[in-house]
Design a binder for this molecule. Sequence first.
Ligand SMILES: Nc1ncnc2c1ncn2[C@@H]1O[C@H](COP(=O)(O)OP(=O)(O)OP(=O)(O)O)[C@@H](O)[C@H]1O
Length: 653
Amino acid sequence: MTRFSAFFFLFPDPKNCPGLLMKPDMETDPGSAPLEVGDKGLTQILAHVIAEVRGSINKDINGAELLYGLLNAPWLQSLLKVYECLQRHLRGPARPYVSYSSGLSLQILSDLLAVPNPSNEARELYDLLGQPHLQALLSAHDTVSLRDYEPDLPPLPNDLPEDEEAMRIVCLVKNNQPLGATIRRDDVTGEIYIARVIHGGLADRSGLLHAGDRLVEVNGQPVFGLEPEQIIQILAHSHGTIMFKVVPITDRPVNNQTMLYVRAMVDYSPQADPSIPCADAGMAFRKGDILEIVDQSDSLWWQAVKLPSTSACAGLIPSTSLLKRKQKEFWWSQPYHPHTCVKSLSTVDEEDDMIAIDEKCVEADEEAFESEELKDEESEFSTNIEGIYLTGFRRSLRLCRRRRGQAFGTSQFCSLRCPASCYSSLSNPYEDVVRYQHHPEHTHRLIALIGPSGVGVNELRRKLIEINPKVYQGPVPHTTRPPKCHEEAGREYHFVSREQFDSMVCNHRFIEFGELRGHLYGISVDAVKDVLTSGKICVIDIEPYALESVRTPELRAYVIFIKPPTVEQMKRTRMNSNIITNYYTSRPFRDEDFLEIEDAGRKMEQHYCQFFDHVIVNDGLQAACVQLLTAVRRAQDEPQWVPTSWIRPTDQS
Ligand SMILES: Nc1ncnc2c1ncn2[C@@H]1O[C@H](COP(=O)(O)OP(=O)(O)OP(=O)(O)O)[C@@H](O)[C@H]1O
């Protein structure tokens, strides 16, 4: 019994088509020339093969019938036709059959329209040819076939002078968008130049106007000697197409700037800046905005887009050096105020004088508070969840802050002009940032809550930890006070000597520290790291001055601002809540407390909003808690803008 093999058809010999079953032996005849198949060769060969196979069916050859059906399949015939077409085109460049297909299709359309009773096929053809995209395709086909790419330009005159400059004529169609270019006049020569082209603007997208091009005419009107404002007037009064005649700049600078993103650390308004070359081309931004710097070619004025961007067109912003200069000028122009910004808590000795007036009253209340504190701590221990203690909630730490707040009055926020530390914070108007996606194998980001005293920072923090103490935890604070009978070292506090504590302070190991009733208390970087390396999410509350200590590559804090709602809303929601007063007593909230919280919250937001990754308004406790939970998850799971130095600390200069 004979078996057909598919490879018979791989080496057909067109000259011996009828004898196809004789397979040429390429291995035994290496010198034989490759077989050429003509345009119709394969189709002919197939026809012969089919005839042969048909003959074999009657000879009871196994598989012949199946093969016959296969070879006769319409798809195989179509495939062969496609193959032959491709072969033809591969041999030479494609040539259009007609270069007037667009006109031809219109002719066909009008002929079809004239048919009295068109068939279904005619209707379908009419619909197909009438499709706009097919019309566009045919039009593109004709343009390509005619090689009609260039505009028709008049021939160059023969008598061109030798020193004739190359001119470029640029036509831009004016729409509602600004042209996106600024001009300047050379005061010596009176020539007008394109000063800058705004990234993503109309002029930029045309690709035909560049900074440094000399402007010769606008709409046929020579501009030499005109003031820039006069040219702007010409442009403002033009409609439709505007024609520019320019002498292109010879050495266009290559823009090899890499992508740069920054977080604005200051507010900026171009309308309030008399030094900006063109206020309309400027871009306002607020503290905390993320800006994509798209052009730094000018050392003074950069171009940037605010993210998330709604417009492709960039705006002018001052460069870092220019903004620093402006800040310095502004700073020096302000009247001097004594230093009111606090870096870390001063010792009690330093404060004593300042709080002397209240001291008697405080002493009396401290006695009362001491027992209350103990009661409070005991109740905290008894409510520990599954053997996990809610550490870092000791009132002593919070009272350190209160004492400091009391000592410095309400002026913990920098005023316009105060020395060193505040001034240095002004010196970095932009912070380089990158999009950072937390890696599951890395430690979690620290969650730092910040808010005015009494807004509910600790309440929210406590609630979060209580939801899942196996996931969320506070750091264990350090103290120099002796342990109480029920306390265990490393559980409620790390108990250390004053010398040890001082040494940690000197080595900047504390995020926050303070002194209360002769004892030092503090939250150390290592205590936070202990929680993080255990695989948990560390949640702390901080004061603004501690922002610097937590926004570091090792802690990568995600800062959440707990914002007070309106006074009215606070009155409604805090009806049954108590506030801890500056005299260490707990009493129901009063109207003046709400006013104070609102004012402190406003000031805090005004001064530090650039550091906030998220803001939660603590109105209803339940809703705020859900928002906090969502924000904390987002901090770990979603990409965030973080300082570049966190990712590449070695790049820091
Ligand atoms: N959304 C809220 N609704 C009702 N009461 C609240 C809400 N948030 C907080 N409270 C209550 O307000 C009081 C103060 O809250 P909390 O102690 O958390 O303040 P804080 O911001 O940590 O300030 P401090 O550390 O100075 O006490 C607490 O009695 C708390 O239960």
